[in-house]
Design a protein around this ligand. Structure first.
Ligand code: SAH
Length: 324
C-alpha cells in the first residue's frame, strides 16, 4: 500500500514487491533494484538506506529523499521469571507507545502485536480502551513490532496474534496490508495459517475479511459470525474473557452453548487478568470449572494459559502504567 508520512515520503516498509517495483521504475532505476531493496528491508532488516551497500550512493540518496523507513524504540522490556514471556513497550516516531509480547510455546515463539494506539471499543475489562483512542498504526508500524522484537530478543517468531492494543477490524486496510507484506515469500514469508486476527466483532469488516481469503484464523472475542466459516471453511475460535461472578455460571455456559449451537468452533476461556482500574478477577480454577460446564453441553473448550501474568502482559496494561 502506498502511504505517505507527514513529510510526503512513502512509507517503504508497507509496500508490496510490485508496488516497490513500480516506485523504483519511476525513479528511472532498473527493476531488479526493487528486489534488492525488498531483501534489505525484510530479510536483512536494515534500519537505514545507507546500509544498503549494493546500491550506488546516488540511489541511496534518492531513496532517502523519496521514502521513509521508520523505527520503533524499546522504551521498556519486561521478562517473566516464570516462563519465557517477554513484553516490550515500544515508542513510535511520534512519541506514542504500543506493546508487543513474545510468548514461548512448544511449537515456537508467537508474538502478540498492537494495531492501534489506544482503542475505541470500550470493553469494560480491557486496559487498552481506558484512555480512549489516539490513532491507527500504519502497516509498517505493525510489522516493525515483529522485526524489532526479533532483533532485540534474538528469537525467531513463527506465529503472530493481533491481540495487543487496538481493534484490528477498526484499522482494516493497514491490517490487511500488514498481513500481505508479512506473508510475502521474498520477505518474512510468514504462513498466514500461523496468524490469528482477534476482533470484538465488527461484523461488516468480518465479511470483508472473509472475501480476502487470507487463510488466517479469526478469533472472535464474544461475538459470532457464521458467514466467516461458510466462506473460508476455517473453524472459529471464540475468546471468552471469564470474570468471576459475571459470566462464569452454569447458566452463562448454557446461554453460550445455545448461541454457538451447531457452529464449527472452539471456545478459548481467558481468565481475566486483573487491571487496577477495575475490580474484576478470575482464576484457573473457575476457568476449568466453566470449561467443564461447556464440555458437558458439547462445546469444545480450552483454558488459555496465563503467560506473563507477573509482568502485566494483558492488553494495554504496560502502556497504562507508563503514561500515568
Ligand atoms: N480488539 C481485539 C483485540 C485486542 S483484545 C479483540 O477484542 O479481540 C485481545 C484479547 O484480550 C480479547 O480476547 C480480550 O477479551 C482479551 N482481554 C482484554 N483485556 C483483558 C484482561 N484484562 N484480561 C484478560 N483478557 C483480556
Amino acid at each position: 500500500m502506498v502511504a505517505f508520512d507527514d513529510n510526503g515520503k512513502i512509507d517503504i516498509l508497507g509496500l508490496l514487491p510490485d508496488e516497490l517495483e513500480s516506485e523504483i521504475l519511476k525513479l528511472g532505476e532498473k527493476k531488479f533494484r526493487a528486489g534488492q531493496i525488498f531483501d534489505w528491508l525484510h530479510v536483512k532488516r536494515v534500519s537505514s538506506f545507507d546500509e544498503m551497500t549494493n546500491l550506488s550512493v546516488q540511489l541511496r540518496n534518492l531513496l532517502n529523499e523519496k521514502f521513509c523507513l521508520k523505527s520503533l524504540f524499546v522504551s521498556k522490556k519486561l521478562e517473566s521469571h516464570t516462563d519465557n514471556t517477554v513484553k516490550y513497550l515500544y515508542e513510535l516516531e511520534d512519541g506514542n507507545h504500543v506493546e508487543s509480547v513474545i510468548m514461548e510455546y512448544n511449537y515456537g515463539n508467537t508474538i502478540c502485536v498492537s494495531t492501534q494506539v489506544g482503542c475505541k471499543m470500550g470493553c469494560r475489562f480491557c486496559a487498552s480502551t481506558i484512555a480512549g483512542f489516539k490513532r491507527d498504526l500504519t502497516s509498517s508500524e505493525i510489522l516493525g513490532q515483529i522485526y524489532a522484537s526479533e532483533r532485540d530478543s534474538g528469537r525467531k517468531i513463527s506465529g503472530v496474534v493481533l491481540m495487543g492494543i487496538g481493534e484490528p477490524m477498526d484499522n482494516f486496510d493497514n491490517v490487511v496490508n500488514f498481513l500481505e507484506v508479512l506473508s510475502c515469500p521474498k520477505g518474512f514469508n510468514m504462513s498466514l495459517r500461523h496468524v490469528s486476527v482477534s476482533t470484538c466483532g465488527i461484523v461488516p469488516r468480518i465479511y470483508e475479511l472473509a472475501e480476502k481469503k487470507l487463510g488466517i484464523t479469526l478469533s472472535i472475542s464474544l461475538h459470532a459470525c457464521r458467514y466467516y466459516f461458510k466462506v473460508t471453511g476455517r473453524r472459529i475460535s471464540f475468546e471468552y474473557a471469564l470474570i468471576d461472578g459475571h459470566n462464569d455460571s452454569m447458566e452463562d455456559a448454557r446461554e453460550l452453548a445455545e448461541l454457538l449451537g451447531g457452529f464449527v468452533c472452539h471456545v478459548n476461556i481467558i481468565p481475566v487478568n486483573k487491571i487496577k482500574e477495575r475490580n474484576y478477577h478470575s482464576d484457573r480454577k473457575s476457568a476449568n470449572r466453566f470449561r467443564g460446564y461447556l464440555e458437558k453441553l458439547g462445546i469444545n473448550a480450552t483454558v488459555r494459559r496465563t503467560l506473563g501474568a507477573d509482568i502485566d502482559a494483558a492488553c494495554g496494561q504496560l502502556r497504562r502504567e507508563y503514561e500515568i
